[in-house]
Design a protein. Structure first.
Length: 225
């Protein structure tokens, strides 16, 4: 009889612990925090990250990176036993001072030197032109013209893109443009870790063999004309 009492007490403790941890993790989700009393799993193909607790399962669809805040993800769900709850979080408000218009190049898929400074080169790959329209301007202009007017604009743009990390044995950094940001069209950027720190803008996520290879080309004379 004593044995069954111990089993009963253990089951009650386990039940209470499971209910409390499920409640804590639900509350964490509602305030935009990742659950802690769970086992985490991630599906690379579907970009769904799941959290399995004793009595519940929750999930979210990652938009850019697993390290992103919960309120940047979508399809956040929490299911306890058979009851499913949809969790809605307020997305952060982002204000951008300009918009980039990306025109793809359907003919030339080679990396082309687009603009050059004394310190670095900017290449396009699969992109014919990128135009920019500042908030106070009525017309959009080419990125090249904008760079000539404002040399600091390049770093402003890079800071607005999302850095995903270093790749190719730390040979370069990869940046992506979030779908709800200031870019109209597909845009990726790769910053090289070579002596010049060249930057490649492309509409393709695949890395090309000539990225971050030192090239004997220049546009400085053309730009000065």
């Amino acid at each position: 009889m004593e044995f069954f009492k111990k089993v009963r007490n253990f089951l009650w403790i386990f039940f209470l612990f499971s209910c409390i941890t499920a409640g804590i993790d639900y509350y964490r989700l509602t305030i935009g925090k990742i659950p802690i009393f769970c086992i985490k799993e991630y599906n690379e193909r579907t970009k769904v990250e799941s959290y399995r607790g004793f009595f519940y399962i929750a999930e979210r669809t990652v938009k850019w990176d697993r390290r992103e805040a919960l309120n940047l993800s979508s399809n956040i769900k929490y299911q306890v036993l058979t009851k499913e709850l949809t969790i809605t979080l307020e997305r952060p408000k982002q204000i951008y001072h300009y918009v980039l218009y990306v025109t793809p190049d359907l003919e030339n898929q080679e990396s082309t030197l687009y603009y050059e400074t004394k310190n670095q080169k900017i290449y396009f790959n699969g992109i014919k032109e990128i135009e920019i329209k500042k908030a106070k301007d009525k017309k959009k202009i080419s990125l090249k013209e904008a760079f000539q007017k404002d040399p600091k604009l390049l770093e402003d743009i890079m800071s607005e893109l999302s850095l995903t990390g270093q790749i190719e044995n730390n040979k370069m950094e990869k940046y992506i443009a979030k779908k709800d940001t200031f870019v109209l069209g597909d845009l990726f950027a790769y910053r090289c870790h070579n002596e010049l720190g060249d930057i490649y803008f492309t509409n393709k996520e695949e890395i090309q063999e000539d990225y971050c290879v030192v090239k004997d080309d220049s546009t400085l004379k053309e730009q000065e004309q």
